[in-house]
Ligand binder design. Structure first.
Ligand SMILES: Nc1ncnc2c1ncn2[C@@H]1O[C@H](COP(=O)(O)OP(=O)(O)OP(=O)(O)O)[C@@H](O)[C@H]1O
Ligand SMILES: [Mg+2]
Length: 253
């Protein structure tokens, strides 16, 4: 198959709700019937756990095994690297595939191995309609370790000035890494508590040259599900945070 997946990356400052938003987007994307690959790009694995999955293999561990064993590297030359990466996928019973990036590179330069793995991840993406990537703060790691191209960047900020200033920086980095290819940008303001929060965040975004695509409320169900380790896929359909994100999915498809 040689379709090109729509690659959506979720980025922003630490702790603003990227993983929670990613998990809710998974729920909405599954409802839209898309063939979905979810990439958990947080080295400590985050969205997978939020969705109740425990990946048994990571790209980071695979990379390490290649670096430590020239024989394994030679074995890999004998077959498509995509097939080897496919073996790292967790197939969720909820209807999507999951690839966990795991730990980042250790010391030293393993450019050859990294290039090979990135090539493998990129060719794997072509088996899907949509690839959603949940990042740790900043997105440089994702570009370096997994993907050269991003089609859509979902920037998540909370209502703080610092979070908003951070997303403006992440936007600039993403654009500079995207090798001249256009990126659709969407800004989500998360954990909004009041009309005042909303208008202040809107003004701040505008001053930074960003337009807000959705205001996501600070939601007690999202908080409680996360607190109890309950998967956000089971949020009720009428949940207010999910409702706020629905328009994003429609714009995406
Ligand atoms: N809309 C929301 N309503 C209520 N609580 C939320 C909402 N979004 C996120 N949270 C809470 O905020 C906290 C941080 O969320 P989350 O882990 O999704 O952030 P993150 O940006 O992925 O963090 P990190 O940078 O560590 O990856 C969690 O406790 C989560 O329950
Ligand atoms: Mg996270």
């Amino acid at each position: 198959m040689s379709t090109q997946a729509h690659i959506i990356t979720v980025g922003g400052k630490g702790g603003v709700g990227k993983t929670s938003v990613s998990a809710m987007l998974v729920k909405l994307l599954l409802a839209s019937g898309t063939r979905l690959l979810l990439i958990d790009a947080d080295p400590v694995i985050s969205v997978a756990y939020t969705l109740g999955e425990e990946p048994s293999a990571t790209l980071g561990d695979f990379r390490q095994s290649l670096i430590e064993s020239p024989r394994r590297q030679r074995d890999l030359e004998a077959r498509p690297v995509k097939d080897a990466i496919k073996e790292l996928i967790t197939v969720s019973s909820r209807g999507y595939d999951l690839l966990a990036m795991g730990r980042a590179e250790g010391k030293g330069c393993f450019c050859g191995v990294n290039e090979l793995l990135r090539f493998g991840v990129e060719s794997l993406c072509s088996d899907y309609d949509t690839v959603l990537v949940d990042c740790e703060a900043g997105i440089e790691q994702v570009n370096r370790r997994a993907l050269h191209r991003i089609d859509e960047l979902i920037l998540v900020a909370d209502t703080s000035r610092r979070a908003m200033e951070s997303v403006a920086k992440v936007r600039d980095i993403a654009v500079s890494y995207n090798e001249g290819k256009p990126i659709e940008l969407r800004l989500l303001v998360n954990r909004v508590r009041s009309d005042e929060d909303r208008s202040r965040a809107g003004d701040l975004a505008a001053a930074l040259g960003l337009e807000v695509s959705a205001f996501v409320p600070d939601d007690s169900e999202v908080h409680d599900y996360n607190a109890c380790g309950r998967t956000l896929l089971d949020l009720p359909e009428g949940n207010a945070a999910l409702a706020a994100l629905t328009g994003i999915i429609h714009e995406t498809s």
